[in-house]
Design a protein around this ligand. Structure first.
Ligand code: NOJ
Ligand code: CA
Length: 722
């Protein structure tokens, strides 16, 4: 035993054997201290002279065994550091720097000889740490009772969060001080459904949890590399301001079965005094393992349209081919039953979308409702819901395969599983072979409802392994996966880049099911997107659904202006972006649609220009392999005024910028479709004043000009837009 506690400083790594282990970040602002007091391990994190996390407990309690609750000493500590750069297969930037100092603290329980290692990595923008359970004579297989990990904030913070739930993250966010969450969560965090599984515990929130302190600090708590482990939620002690781990159990109450030689996911704490740094952080990706595939050439960022939004807008369109609710996939002869006449996934309708995609440079068309089983699919009591290799009679797989291929468009497969993961695993090989045989290279999966096996929740250990299993098997067939209703992401897209997007939060579909608050898209990048890209399905130009049918108003107009819908292609980073509205709505606003045609889905560089959680986000991104930039700004219900300097542009180059902004009288409630478009020359020295309306936003495309002749007649862009 070397010492009771350790202190590691990253600027000049040093370990004081007699004191604490301390690590400091390279720019010297973050400092980690690890120590043991009366047998209990603690860590502490400081940012300059501000305490981020006071003395916070570490440890693991096991079922029916002694575990790592107390009586621990530090046996040894090892330090290391890393400074490397890697290239993501797709991403917000072309290069990611992975720069940290590491402290591996080996704990020992002397009387039981049990060992537990905790590996800390301190970056300039935060901390990651995980538990490692070495193989050892006295620990073999074990069941997790609870992780004892704490995050001791020590004082009140404003939280941007949603309530704990083992099955869904499709809540609106609550914004409130931790001290008021108890009253505010029930008032603010609407869920469209909960499959019944509220978290156990007094006051529990989900991660990623975004916090803003009166001390000027922004803190984000989440996890990285959720593999073979239960997902993390946090208990909130709203008197002491201590958060503690609350792992998601299965329905039997088990929080995970493990075997020594394993490790927990990383617990992540991203910290800065500038909110933009939280959005730019690559800490969670850095803590994930490198890409698992040798060849990634088949993985391609893309835009897609889809037979999709028409199901949500109250025009009677149906996923199901018939109204025969006793239909049994694989047993019923669908060709002999009467179609309902409202089926969306017909060969002709899909062709219409393929034509639209081909005409507008959109890579793919999603088709939902193509396969047998939609007549009655939400039944938790059924053991077979869908077949994934059997199309309805009015969806001609071969004909559409050729029609799409001739036009250079891919069809995106849809596998709604109705949360029947067990049956999906049984059908998986057939399903993927069917896709590969018919030219499909991407699938949208879905897990609506209560999980089968009936022992599981959406975030329990077994399901977390299921999602990864699907993604890895998909890779064997050259298929990209966009999963809906899966556990929220933890950066695993670095390791499995064919996991091209996930939903796992409240997406655009809720504009037809109760609505999203006006500030929703100013919070998502600080929460859900910390773990990976979201299939948010932006691009809704016709947000007032009473347009389709008098009286069809699930709620008021979607809380967004049309211009903001364009901005979301930049502010909601994803290599997979839906062009979600009906083709006929894009035809009505063709000049605004030009931004969606132009915008890229893969980037060499990203600059967060302005950001404040819950208020506004403005980002500029450079399209992969080009000198062209795209800017997006999303504002909350108060709107936002930006003054932008285009100093990220190359010196000496001339660009043509097009601004798509809210009109001066635009407002998300009363005048959402009022926008202005301004075009003109800009250079690195240009400045722009642009106003985002309440619930609004703006988008800007900036194209590098290689041929000066093309500039003839193009004036300088006005510095004030609206
Ligand atoms: C929920 C998904 O989020 C949505 O996109 C899909 O259309 C429905 N499930 C049906 O699968
Ligand atoms: Ca959903």
């Amino acid at each position: 035993m070397l010492a009771k506690s350790f202190f590691l400083r990253l600027a000049a790594t040093c370990i004081f054997l007699a004191g604490a282990a301390v690590a400091g970040a390279h720019d010297g602002r973050l400092r980690l201290t690890v120590e043991v007091e009366q047998g209990i391990p603690y860590y502490r994190l400081d940012f300059g002279d501000r305490c981020v996390l006071g003395k916070s407990r570490l440890g693991v309690a096991l079922c029916n065994e002694r575990g790592y609750v107390g009586d621990l000493v530090i046996a040894s500590a090892e330090s290391a550091s890393c400074d490397e750069t890697w290239q993501p297969v797709w991403g917000e930037v072309a290069q990611i720097r992975n720069h940290y100092n590491e402290l591996l603290v080996r704990f020992l329980q002397p009387d039981s000889s049990r060992k537990l290692d905790v590996r800390f990595r301190l970056f300039d923008d935060g901390l990651g740490f995980r538990y490692e359970f070495p193989e050892q004579p006295t620990l073999h297989v074990f069941e997790m009772q609870e992780e004892l990990t704490e995050f001791n904030l020590g004082h009140d913070y404003t939280a941007f969060c949603m309530p704990g739930d083992y099955d869904t993250s499709e809540f609106t966010y609550t914004t409130a001080p931790l001290s008021r969450l108890r009253e505010e969560i029930p008032r603010q965090s609407a869920a469209h459904k909960s499959y019944e599984a509220k978290s156990a515990g007094d006051l529990v929130v989900q991660t990623p949890l975004m916090l803003k302190g009166a001390n000027g600090l922004y803190v984000n708590i989440h996890e990285a590399a959720l593999v073979d482990y239960a997902a993390l939620e946090l208990n909130v002690d709203d008197e002491r301001f201590v958060l503690s781990a609350n792992l998601m159990p299965d329905r039997n109450g088990s929080k995970g079965f493990l075997q020594a030689g394993c490790r927990s996911p990383w617990r992540t704490v991203v910290v800065s005094d500038d909110a933009r740094d939280i959005l730019a952080s690559k800490l969670i990706l850095n803590l994930n393992e490198p890409c698992a595939y040798a060849d990634t050439s088949w993985i391609r960022p893309m835009k897609f349209a889809g037979v999709w939004w028409e199901y949500f807008i109250g025009i009677g369109r149906s996923w199901a081919y018939s109204d025969y609710s006793d239909a049994k996939p694989g047993v019923t002869d669908y060709a002999r039953i009467t179609p309902n006449g409202r089926h969306g996934a017909t060969t002709d309708n899909v062709k219409r979308y393929i034509d639209f995609a081909a005409a507008n440079g959109i890579d793919a068309v999603l088709v939902e409702g193509w396969n047998e089983g939609w007549e009655d699919w939400s039944a938790y009591t059924k053991n077979r819901h869908f077949l994934f290799d059997k199309a309805y009679p009015d969806f001609d797989v071969e004909e559409l395969q050729h029609y799409a291929a001739e036009r250079g468009v891919r069809i995106m497969m849809h596998h709604e599983t109705a949360a029947n993961a067990a049956d999906y695993e049984r059908q998986l090989e057939n399903a993927f072979r069917f896709m590969a045989d018919h030219g499909y290279n991407a699938v949208k999966t879905g897990y609506v409802g209560r999980i089968i096996p009936r022992s599981e929740y959406h975030g329990s250990q077994w399901m977390n392994n299921h999602y990864i299993h699907v993604v890895r098997r998909a890779a064997d067939y050259g298929i990209m996966v966009n999963s809906h209703e899966a556990v929220r992401p933890t950066g695993l897209c670095r390791t499995y880049p064919n996991w091209i997007a996930q939903e796992s939060a409240r997406g655009t579909e809720f504009e037809a099911m109760g609505g999203n608050p006006a500030d929703h898209t100013t919070i998502l990048p600080f929460t859900r997107l910390m773990g990976g890209p979201m299939d948010y399905t932006p691009g809704i130009f016709q947000g007032d659904l009473s347009y389709y049918k008098e009286g069809f108003k699930h709620h008021e107009q979607a809380a967004t202006t049309l211009a903001r819908q364009l901005a979301l292609y930049c502010t909601m980073y994803s290599p997979l972006q839906m062009v979600a509205d009906l083709p006929e709505n894009y035809a009505r606003f063709d000049d605004a649609f030009q931004f969606i045609r132009d915008v890229a889905v893969d980037w060499d560089d990203s600059r967060y220009l302005e950001a404040e959680p819950g208020d506004y986000i403005t980002v500029a991104r450079r399209a992969k392999g080009t000198g062209n930039w795209f800017i997006g700004c999303t504002a909350d219900e108060n709107g936002h005024s930006s003054r932008l300097r285009l100093d990220f542009l190359d010196p000496g180059k001339i660009y043509v910028a097009t601004v798509y902004a809210d009109a001066p009288d635009a407002h998300y409630r009363s005048n959402p479709q009022a926008y202005v478009i301004r075009r003109g020359r800009v250079t690195r020295g240009s400045q722009l004043a642009i106003h985002a309306a309440p619930g609004g936003g703006y988008a800007v495309s900036i194209f590098e000009v290689s041929d000066p002749a093309s500039l003839r007649g193009v004036k300088n862009l006005p510095t004030k837009i609206n």
